[in-house]
Write a protein that binds this ligand. Structure first.
Ligand SMILES: [Mg+2]
Length: 249
């Protein structure tokens, strides 16, 4: 059995979201602190990140509930996070639109892939369909693909805001498989999030490859399905695919 399609998550799998956010956010907090004395930069950054975690999850949840009828504007998500952080730091939330623009400019200036991402995609695309299956706002995710020079390496790109499905919903994986014209048992999903990437994929019969870039051993709950493989870098993926090829699904 050959693997004919490989589905990849984007953030923290191919793209270093954490580092890109950290660099841009440090510049944004410096920009805000230069304007308002009351701002404690560490506090502003912490509250922004807490808000972003909550609000992006709510953004995805709305897609799961309403599909393409979801109404949240990704730019507004960032604005609301900065408004909340500014207010908590005693600065006017009305500065949020300017700060959001500044932060967006910084993000555009520091899009970062992991070292092994581009080479892996280049190698694998000659042997299988390569699909991106990513949660997130369309404009932000596509900006990352373009800026890092990997957009052309995907045969199929599925983003939750565009598709009306959000991981771990099975519809998003089914759509990727349909567009690749490959059945689930001849495909794998590679991602860093056990619940969203791996469990979601397994529901539709895909093999799950969990990537743990920090080297940690993931903790599994009792009775929770396990990924078929756990990797610490994408450099190990080719070997894993070869072992899959020798086994029945
Ligand atoms: Mg991810």
């Amino acid at each position: 059995m050959f693997i004919r399609a490989i589905l990849f998550d984007l953030d923290e799998t191919l793209y270093d979201e954490r580092m890109s956010v950290k660099i841009a956010l440090e510049k944004a907090s410096a920009h805000a602190a230069a304007r308002f004395n009351s701002i404690n930069r560490a506090q502003l950054e912490r509250i922004y990140l807490e808000e972003a975690n909550k609000r992006w999850e709510a953004f995805e949840e709305e897609i799961r509930m309403k599909g393409r009828g979801a109404q949240q504007d990704p730019l507004r998500v960032r604005e609301m996070c900065f408004a909340q952080a500014l207010a908590a730091c005693g600065a006017p939330p009305s500065f949020s639109p300017e700060l959001t623009r500044f932060y967006g400019d910084q993000r555009r200036g520091c899009h970062l892939l992991f070292q092994d991402s581009k080479e892996t995609l280049e190698q694998l695309r000659s042997q299988a369909f390569i699909a991106l299956v990513s949660n997130g706002g369309s404009a932000y995710q596509r900006e990352k693909l373009k800026a890092t020079g990997i957009e052309h390496l995907f045969h199929v790109v599925i983003i939750s805001e565009e598709s009306g499905y959000s991981k771990p919903q099975k519809g998003i994986f089914e759509k990727a498989l349909r567009e690749c014209c490959v059945p689930a048992h001849e495909a794998v999903m590679v991602g860093d999030n056990l619940e969203k990437d791996i469990l979601g994929a397994k529901i539709v019969g895909l093999r799950g490859v969990l990537i743990c870039r920090n080297g940690d051993r993931p903790k599994f709950g009792a009775g929770q399905p396990r990924p078929e493989a756990i990797l610490h870098s994408l450099g190990e993926l080719q070997k894993t695919l070869t072992t899959f090829a020798g086994k029945k699904s």
